[in-house]
Each structure stands twice: as C-alpha cells, then as structure tokens.
Design a protein around this ligand. Sequence first.
Ligand code: AGP
Length: 602
Amino acid sequence: MCGIVGYIGPKEKKEILLDGLQELEYRGYDSAGIAIIEGSNLHQFKAIGKLENLREKTKNYHSEGFGISIGHTRWATHGKPTELNAHPHLGQYSYVVHNGIIENYQALKEELQSEGVDFLSQTDTETIVHLFEKYHNEGMEPFEAFKTTVSRLEGAYATLLISEVAPDTIFFAKNGSPMLIGFDGNEVYFASSDTPIIGKAKEVYYLEDGEYGYVQAGEVHLFDKNGEKSFSKQTLSADKISAQKDGYRFFMEKEIYEQSYVMTETMMGRVLDEHIKLDELEEGFFDTINAIKICACGTSYHSALTAAYLFERLAKIRCDVEIASEFRYKEPLLTKDTLFITISQSGETADTLEALKMAKRAGLKSLSICNVDNSSIVRESDAAILTRAGIEKGVASTKAFATQTMVLWMLSLYVGQVKGTITTETLRSEIDAMRHTPKALVVTDTLHARLHRLSKRYLHGHGFFFIGRDIFFPLALEGALKLKEISYLHAEGYPAGEMKHGPIALADSELFTIALMPKTLHYEKIKSNVEELSARDATICAISPEPFELADDFIQTQHSSHPMVEFFEMMVVTQLLALEISVRLGNDVDMPRNLAKSVTVE
Ligand code: AGP
C-alpha cells in the first residue's frame, strides 16, 4: 500500500513531507516523491529506493512562505519502481499522488491519448492529472474539473492534487483507500494514516468512501454524492507505534484484519465479470506450456500446494510442487514445456531464488508470484504477478499467504481460459466465489472473542494435529506452521485420511486435533476421520459450518457454496487461534524467536 502526505500553510514544507513519509515507511515502498507549489514556483523531486535518496536530492532545497504540498511513497502495483513511475505525477501544470487502483485506467488513458495527451509513466495514477487538466483546459473551474475527474474514476483511490491554476488549494478524494485530514488552526494536513501527522495536527477527520473536496484558506470544503456536507473533527491520538499498528496489538493482528481489504486490491482489474485478466502475462505466454512446477518455502510452499489442486481440477494442467531447499539438490528432471512458478512474499528467499536460477539454466520459462516488485526473484523471472498485499511486517505470514493463494486461483482460471479447458459456466461460478472472498475474510468481534476465550485451553498438551483433506490439507499445514512459529508449541499438519496410517497411535486426551471440516468438500470423509480420533479420546476442535457433536470445541463458520470461500474463512480462524495462544504464552507475536522475515541465506 502506498503512503500519502499533504500540507497547506506557511511552514517549511519539505521537512513536513519527508518526515511524514518517513513515518509511513512501515507500509513499505520502492520509490518516493514530493511536489510543492509556492505562488508561481513549482518544485518536484522523486527518487527510487529508500527515502534517504529523496532526502539527498532535496538537501539544498527549502520552501519559503505559504504554499501547497503533497508527498508519496509508492508500493508498485502498475509499472516497475522507476523515477518515471514514482509519484507525484505531473501534467502540464498540476501534480497528483494516489493510493489504490484505478480499475478503468486503460480506457481513460486511451481516451486521453486519442486527444493527444502524452503519458510519461506506466501507472494508472497519471490518468488523474491529465483528466483534471483536460477538463480545466475545456473551461471548467479547478474544483469543477477535479469533481468531474473523480466522477470518472472506478476502483480504489485516495488522491491529492495540486495545480498552478489554484496555488492556494489542495484537492482531495477518497474511495476504498484510507485518507484523513489533520487540523492545526489554519494549517491543514493530509495523510493515509495517523502517524505522519501525530505531533503536528491536533484534530483529525477520517474521510469516508465517496467523499471529496478541497481545502482553501484554512477551510475544508467536503462533498459527497449529495453535495457539500458538514463534518465533525476528533482528537488525534499521540502514540505513533500504536498508530503504525492502527491501534492493533501487533502487526500480525493488523495484517489478519487487513486481509479482506487487500484481497479486494489483489483482485481489482483482474477478476472481471466473465473472465480473468492478467496484464502481466503477454499474449501466448502459455502456448508452449503443458505442465506447471511450483517451487517455494514455508508458507509460500503451502499456497503452492493449494494451487496444485486448483490447476489440475480447473485448468486440467499437470502441476507438481517442490520445496526449494530440496529441489536445489535433487537433480530434478525438467522439461522445457514446464512453466516454473516461484512464490515468495519477500522475493529474496535464497533457496527459492537459487531454484529459479536452476530452472532457468535448464531452459524453463519462469513466472514469480511475489509481494515485492523489483525483488531479486521478480527481476530473475520472465514474468511476475504482484500479490498487492502491501508490506507484511509480521514475521508469520498471513495476508501474503491469502493473496498468493488468490493469485494462484486466478491463474488457474486464466490457464483454463487460454487453453480452453474450463467451461464458461465453471468460470462464472469460480468468479462468483472469488467475489465472496473478501467478505469471508472479515474478522468479526464474535469470532475473535470466541478464539480468545478458547485459546486458554490449548496452552499445553503434547502437541497439535491440524488435519484436512484436499485443499484443506495445505491449509492444515499452514495452520500448524502459524501455531509453531508464534507459540513455540509443537504442531503438525496432516492429511486427515493418513491419521490411521500411524499418527493415530498418538491419540489421547492430551493430543489436540484441529479439524478442518468444510461442508463443500468430502465432509463425510473428514467427519469419519475425526470420529476415529474422537473414539480414542483425542481432544477435538472442529472448524466447520456444520455442528459436530463429538467435538470438544467447535468454531462455527459460514455455510458457503464454494470450497475456496470456506478455505479462506477457516484460514482466518487458524491464524487468530495461533495469535491468541501466542499472546497468552507471552510471546513476541511479530518477532518470534529464531525467525527472520526474509531468509536470504541457505
Ligand atoms: C511464514 O509464516 C514464514 N515466516 C516462512 O515460512 C516464510 O513463508 C518462508 O520463509 C518463505 O518466505 P518468502 O515467502 O518470502 O519466500
């Protein structure tokens, strides 16, 4: 997710903007920029990489007197991290910054280009500033031009625009991406979260979706579809760290709650009414491909295992999965008609990167599914699809796993489309299920409170089995890994049907079994597996839409029409259970012992 700051007033602006962007570093970024207008003087600075590079570029510049200013840290979703793609984007006489995804930017861009507008960047954002100037050049007053521009945007945006034609005004609009307005007397601040303006603004207003307006002479004029509206300010919190966590106890907790929102971004512009659209893949990308091999580590390996079921079931293409550290040394048999997919949240995992280089040396086409553009694995791959999860601070991966799995689900449909192996009807029902996913990821207070209460019963015992069938087996592996990582209790993920082949010997009242029991996939089979365990006095925690009378504990999930929707809902349950057990054990949830966020060594 990108970061936005803005300021209008008499203070020196460069430092306000850079300090504000610094406070947003935790959101992750790959480039940054600022723009300042003082009377007829326009200044713009951009730099890729760390904010220090932007500080270096602006070290000899200081703003003077009253002016308007905007700043941005970019987390690439459209177009590589380059200075040209960095925000603010410039028209002829205006600048814009934006967080979110303009779904209809291609159509807007083509319309503007047909009218002779030249685009410098590959971003969706640049359409905003050119639209504004188009309408202003046609005679509209600046605010009218901005309002008309916003009315044409589809998708998610938090945007600030400043222009030479209105040197005393900042225009703003918010829909789907966060933005707030800070107040300190006649001075007004904008930011994508609290932290940049803590210590500066005294009061704050959190913009709602569909709101837009402008600030001029210390006065904020706020509008929505019904016209101008009044609003009430609230006191701004003073604690920066909790603000970075947006009030959550841990980044991991925040990231679990963010999953619903980021999933919408992951799907935006890709999951369309009748088909999947992946601009990252050129025409014919799969023409020479008859098989898929996915390679990853840890949690990313679990999304890969899940995807293998989907590729074979939906796209009818052979798919196998490798653990990168094993693959590297097994002298694998590789054929050139195999697409080598790597999955990595960080894009820097050493084993995965080396495995990718091996596959490339063997002449295989490569695709990476990653959360960090311009990372080593992305740069090494022939193509990359970004998961758009935003930075993930918690070492235990959550939203990265969720968005990886969604991208792989999309990809399985995409392969079915291009190879003609999926029916229109199946495609439609899969897309419909995808669109229900963000709702399935919403964490309700009831669920979280239930898991908090339940967690007190699972703080000892001689171990956990997470069991599931089909796609719920990789989810069982992932649930076990989450618990191990942050509680330091022993847990194993296991195929439910395998318990009778040995592990059931462990069954007794001290063996905790977390049973994933979806209604939409092999329910009767998993039910009988759990009954076998219960008959041997294992302690059962059943996660299911269907009450299960033999369970010692029971987490009821929603009835759904699709296994993947059940998958995502049960994923949230296992994530929160691990979190609450870890909290009760007093562990460092975000920085568990012995672990690193990115394993860049063998
Ligand atoms: C996930 O919770 C773990 N922290 C770890 O297994 C991680 O998934 C693994 O190291 C792979 O990292 P990557 O996705 O950045 O390649």
